[in-house]
Write a protein that binds this ligand. Structure first.
Ligand code: S3P
Length: 172
């Protein structure tokens, strides 16, 4: 079974991915971590040096390789489903789960997160809120192609497991 978690920055894909993998008894991978391991550079440093276009090309490569590995929970980067037909690739090779969250929750998590988000360097207050709301709106057509959508706030693993099993029994 291959599961992809998608959703905006700060929606909790990495935390939930690890918990879900444990509950399903399969391995977990983080697409951003795999990127950094393969190219031996942090994502903020990569953005700064080479820009987003090249990042998206290489992110697609890493995702394509990961898509070949069976039985895995993959936490993806927030923009991954929105470029290079990645959402199609994920839907063809596994089950996609969208962690939906309201901008208020995401902003508080992004602001307090230790991990650097190169797309939002030094943004604050009303500007930040508007930018995130617009950005999420642009990404919605991709996120909503996921097979299953859940609320990102306090997700329940047992309930999610049930949703996944229900979904697999419908499609098989
Ligand atoms: C990005 C999200 C980040 C990372 C990169 C770009 C985005 O991952 O891939 O900074 O475009 O939303 P997280 O969603 O894990 O923060």
């Amino acid at each position: 079974m291959k599961i992809y978690l998608i959703g905006y920055m700060g929606s909790g894909k990495s935390t939930l991915g690890q918990e879900l993998a444990k509950a399903l008894g399969i391995s977990w991978l983080d697409l951003d971590d795999e990127f950094e391991l393969r190219y031996k550079v942090s994502i903020p440093a990569f953005f700064e040096k080479y820009g987003e276009i090249l990042f998206r090309e290489l992110e697609h490569k890493v995702l394509t390789d990961i898509s070949l590995i069976p039985d895995l929970v993959v936490s993806t980067g927030g923009g991954a489903p929105c470029y290079h037909d990645n959402i199609k690739l994920m839907n063809q090779t596994g089950i996609t789960i969208y962690l939906h969250a309201l901008p208020e929750l995401l902003i508080s998590r992004i602001e307090f997160s230790a991990r650097k988000r190169p797309l939002f360097q030094q943004m604050k207050g009303e500007d930040f809120f508007q930018k995130i709301t617009m950005h999420m709106q642009n990404r919605k057509p991709f996120y909503t192609q996921a097979n299953i959508t859940i609320e990102a706030k306090n997700p329940d693993i047992e309930d999610l497991k049930k949703k996944i099993l229900d979904y697999t029994s419908i499609i098989s």
